[in-house]
Design a protein around this ligand. Structure first.
Ligand SMILES: [Zn+2]
Length: 87
């Protein structure tokens, strides 16, 4: 017999997004409530952490805008995000 544990995140639990530099591990956290723009480079070592390619920047900004909008949904049922890793 196998078992599977499923993990979900409620939209109301989403509070921010963290972006980590692969070179120095510095993290930058943006709250969803106050997010306006993400920095393209690490504030510590200046390595590029988000490509300045407009597609990548737009994808990130659109994702954050989607998260912000998801928190305001007034669904008749419960909508959650399923995640694979254990919390
Ligand atoms: Zn860095």
């Amino acid at each position: 017999m196998t078992s599977e544990t499923k993990h979900y995140i409620e939209f109301s639990d989403l509070v921010g997004i963290e972006i980590a530099c692969q070179q120095c591990q510095t993290t930058v956290t943006h709250t969803l409530e106050k997010f306006s723009n993400a920095a393209y480079s690490c504030p510590n070592c200046n390595r590029q952490i988000i490509t300045q390619d407009q597609t990548d920047a737009n994808t990130l900004h659109n994702f954050i805008r989607w998260l912000q909008a998801a928190k305001t949904l007034k669904a008749g049922g419960r909508i959650r995000l399923r995640v694979l890793s254990e919390l």
